[in-house]
Design a protein around this ligand. Structure first.
Ligand code: GLC
Length: 610
């Protein structure tokens, strides 16, 4: 239909050109012809221990082996990584880091005012550091990550003995802020190797750029030689995970950590490596591939992020969109221009603008917007519909009517045709602030909302993963009667101390660190006494979660990152992104062309009803 062509293509394209952004085409097929370098054909890594079993590890000797494929021993496979490890994993010497301009570390900790924080004065922090170090996982003698939980009394370990990509992010940042760079560098480079692993589930393979949810270092007998063992990195892409969900967030977090590593250490040689650049592009290729979508948001299945089991967040959940936006911004900063990358950069820029417009316009909720939705006309068949997604006002949940404060607002959890998920999801909102996916005003409004709803979102322990919990029939249908996700537990309204670090970055970015300080103070009252639980239960977060692990690493690391950043707020800039003028310009062009802004309700024409 000719009319729809004019609506679909020119508005975006013409806006960009009039705003002097690079012109773009939604068809960026050259990107899809991108070929990984030959080094990426490796299928994960093995590391042979040349000593007899039981002896102390001394000289690792890595071989590459295809998982489920015939083993291919190749001693020179790990050339670049191992070379880096040997030639100095701690790029502290001679590196110009942003940290150089900051106050000198005191006992390794950065202090904003130069005051000494002598060992022992903060026993909780000391304990946290000890625990974090105890959770370190080594491969070929080098630190490469931290296990999810180190609970000595837990009877069922499940996969908590693995290194989860998302869980490692606060650990990695804590180490970066402490000036211990090697573990982060190793993590980045080794997980990159896993990206190209052979992965299948019932004969189906997901996209090439997928990063695993987690991996484990296994010590196994060496084929053909019983007296020797080798270490194997064994990733899980979801093929073994409960529910078999692909972790969409892993690759996005990997890009975010890579950028933070470069910013913090000043060592951009890692992000400039050919294999790292290839890794970034593979992740982008997977995310930017053409599909059936009408929306610029990333379409994913339920459980593809921190909430990794069924919670009714399939579709376009905010958490994924915030991480997606953030990863695009970080990748744009790190991609080295080269022949053939123009299409990718163009596609990325276009997506950034379309994505921020979509989220800021359609996900935003405050009193004014609720009132607008309350008075929505429905069944508007037209190109300039105000109620584009055909939301029926009756969908506004009764809890929301009283819950929304007069001041403040937030981004809703999800948006689909005829469906708004009005729940508040913390990580998505906080990371929208951190990445500047939310506007400056929206970011302040989200923090206003957090302050106004402190009793519900924080109560006795920061921070509710989402609000409110689903109960009764809704819980039964949406979670599939999940006994772990009962109301006010785990993903269903449980409180997760790890979210402290994202809260801290967001509040520092907006110049309101006192919000994070208050939350940290509250956490300090219990968290160490309670043995660093994974999550807390009940409306007010009064109980340790019924199935929560103790000594959960990202609870420990999240607390440490919060403390380190509050002591040295300027370090938060390693994690935050500011909207640049190109994006701002394109965004304001789009917003002025939006019917919702240009068309007042009075002028509304009679909608076409089909
Ligand atoms: C749970 C969480 C997930 C986390 C994992 C390891 O499955 O839902 O987000 O990565 O535990 O801690």
């Amino acid at each position: 239909m000719a009319a729809s062509e004019t609506v679909l293509r020119p508005p975006l394209g013409s806006l960009f050109s009039s705003c002097h952004l690079p012109s773009f085409s939604l068809n960026f097929s050259p990107l899809l012809s991108f070929k990984p370098s030959s080094s990426r054909k490796r299928r994960g890594l093995r590391c042979t221990n040349t000593l007899a079993r039981g002896d102390t590890f001394q000289s690792p000797d890595c071989v590459s082996k295809g998982k489920k494929l015939q083993s291919t021993r190749c001693r020179c496979q790990r050339n670049d990584i191992e070379e880096d490890i040997r030639s100095n994993l701690l790029p502290t010497d001679g590196l110009k880091s942003d940290l150089d301009e900051m106050p000198l570390p005191v006992n390794g900790n950065l202090s904003s005012n130069g005051s000494t924080q002598s060992a022992g004065t903060n026993s909780i922090e000391d304990e946290a550091w000890d625990l974090l170090r105890q959770s370190i996982v080594y491969y070929c003698g080098s630190p490469i990550g931290t296990i999810a939980a180190n609970d000595p009394n837990s009877t069922s370990v499940l996969n908590y003995d693995q290194v989860f990509i998302r869980d490692f992010i606060p650990s990695g940042i804590a180490f970066l802020l402490k000036g211990e760079y090697d573990i982060v560098r190793n993590f980045i480079l080794y997980t990159l190797q896993l990206q190209s692993w052979e992965k299948t589930m019932d004969c189906h393979s997901p996209g090439q750029g997928l990063m695993p949810a987690s991996f484990k270092v296994k010590t196994v007998p060496l084929d053909g030689d019983d007296s020797m063992t080798e270490e194997v990195l064994d990733p899980d892409f979801g093929e073994a995970a409960i529910g078999r969900v692909a972790p969409v967030d892993s690759g996005l977090w990997w890009i975010i950590l890579l950028r933070a590593y470069g910013k913090c250490t000043g060592d951009v040689s890692v992000q400039e490596r050919v294999d790292v650049q290839t890794g970034i592009k593979m992740i982008l290729k997977l995310c930017l591939a053409d599909g059936f979508d009408m929306f610029p948001t990333l379409l994913v299945t339920d459980g593809s992020c921190m909430i990794d089991r069924r919670m009714g967040i399939h579709g376009h959940p905010l958490e994924i969109q915030a991480l997606f936006y953030s990863a695009l911004v970080c990748a744009r900063e790190m991609l080295t221009p080269e022949d053939g990358s123009d299409d990718l950069i163009r596609a990325l820029n276009n997506r950034l603008v379309a994505l921020s417009f979509h989220i800021r316009e359609y996900y935003w909720l405050d009193m004014k917007k609720i009132n607008e939705i309350y008075r929505y006309q429905t069944e508007e068949y037209s190109y300039d519909a105000v109620n584009k997604f055909n939301i029926y006002p009756d969908q506004i949940p009764s809890w929301l009517v009283d819950f929304m404060p007069n001041r403040g607002g937030y981004l809703i959890g999800n948006l689909q045709p005829a469906h708004m998920d009005f729940r508040f999801f913390s990580l998505g909102n906080l990371w929208s602030i951190v990445s500047s996916l939310a506007t400056n005003d929206q970011s302040h409004a989200i923090l206003d909302f957090v302050e106004a709803k402190w009793a519900e979102l924080v109560a006795d322990m920061p921070f509710k993963i989402c609000y409110p919990a689903m109960e009764g029939e809704e819980w039964r249908i949406i979670t599939g009667s999940d006994p772990k996700n009962t109301p006010w537990s785990y993903h269903n309204g449980g409180s997760w101390p790890t979210l402290l670090w994202q809260l801290t970055v967001a509040s520092i970015k907006m110049g309101r660190p006192e919000i994070a300080e208050k939350a940290v103070e509250l956490a300090e009252r219990r968290i160490a006494i309670d043995k660093w639980p994974e999550y807390y239960d009940t409306k007010r977060a009064r109980f340790i979660g019924k199935q929560a692990r103790l000594y959960q690493t990202w609870s420990i690391a999240g607390y440490l990152v919060a403390k380190l950043l509050l002591a040295n707020p300027s370090a938060a800039k390693f994690l935050t992104s500011e909207e640049d003028s190109d994006l701002r310009n394109a965004f304001s062009c789009m917003i002025s062309a939006n019917p919702r802004r240009t068309r007042g309700r009075k002028k509304t024409q009679q909608p076409f009803i089909v």
